[in-house]
Design a protein around this ligand. Structure first.
Ligand code: ZN
Length: 191
């Protein structure tokens, strides 16, 4: 999934787990669980459909990611404004960063490194766009036959699946950020 989803989920876990060693370990492990949920990775197909190189779609994605990150950091800063060095704030940020670390390690080590292959093993198939196309397209496509990209980009079922994946990831990110930004009940005054 995208960095904001991993960051928000890692911070949300740490906001609810008192023991830092456990919270940080769970935040790191949560990366692989989130990646196991099919998520949007078809920017090159969207680019093809709208006549733009895939890298522009990823750049738009990156800009949105950066904007979302900035917003989360600003909201966190607002929550802890009186105590910027508050240990809980550092714990939440560490949890968020640790939850996103596997993607950084994957890029540093390369997709073919042992870690890159371990990380890829958690990426579940099929993508929802492809799955919906197989379910509803006429004539039916056998599960063993790959679907060409140019067929997918002209299928409303594929687009619906991609949109659903993006909406789901957005919902996960917003809910996790809300959890991370809400003080645990009973300890609200101490954040
Ligand atoms: Zn990942």
């Amino acid at each position: 999934m995208t960095a904001p989803a991993h960051l928000a989920v890692g911070a949300a876990i740490c906001s609810r787990v008192r023991r830092p060693w456990l919270g940080l370990a769970l935040a790191f492990g949560a990366h692989f669980l989130l990646d196991a949920i099919p998520h949007f990775e078809q920017a090159h197909l969207v680019g093809e459909a709208i006549g733009l190189p895939g890298r522009y779609v990823w750049a738009a994605f990156g800009a949105t990611t950066f904007g979302a990150l900035t917003l989360v950091v600003l909201l966190l800063a607002r929550r802890f404004r009186a105590r910027p060095a508050h240990p809980r704030l550092r714990y939440l940020i560490a949890g968020g960063l640790l939850s996103d670390l596997p993607d950084c390690l994957k890029y540093l080590g390369g997709a073919e490194s042992w870690f890159g292959r371990f990380h890829s093993a958690f990426h579940a198939q099929p993508y929802w766009g492809t799955a919906l196309y197989r379910l509803f397209a006429e004539p039916p496509v056998p599960a063993t036959r790959p679907i060409p990209d140019e067929v997918l980009i002209h299928s409303p079922w594929a687009w619906l699946g991609w949109l659903l994946m993006i909406a789901f990831e957005l919902a996960v990110t917003i809910i996790a950020a809300a959890v991370a930004l809400t003080p645990p009940s009973g300890r609200s005054r101490r954040a």
